[in-house]
Design a protein around this ligand. Structure first.
Ligand code: SF4
Length: 92
């Protein structure tokens, strides 16, 4: 499981991130190149744009579940959903 305290440098602010356990296998960049790219200085992938639409989130989620080293995390969506549910607000 990706560790939010170990985010690799260069991730944009937001729920999705890559941590420093990334093995540079390229899978996320092939699955979702709109959100993941390589940080050539560190050799780790990073999230350079956060997914917004449901379709985009699904794609980022696909990259997250496909990552062989479980280096991709989502530390905000679940909490945001729970918050919306608690307040009785439907997403979008
Ligand atoms: S799929 Fe995982 S290990 Fe592979 S490049 Fe992306 S974050 Fe790194």
């Amino acid at each position: 499981m990706a560790d939010p305290n170990n985010r690799s440098p260069g991730n944009v602010i937001g729920p999705y991130f890559v941590d420093t356990s990334c093995t540079d296998c390229d899978l996320c960049r092939l699955t979702a190149p709109e959100f993941f790219k390589r940080n050539d200085e560190t050799g780790f992938s990073i999230v350079y744009r956060q997914p917004v639409s449901e379709e985009e989130i699904q794609l980022a989620q696909e990259a997250l579940t496909g990552c062989p080293s479980e280096s991709i995390g989502d530390d905000g969506t679940a909490a945001a959903e729970a918050d919306r549910e608690e307040r009785g607000v439907s997403p979008e």
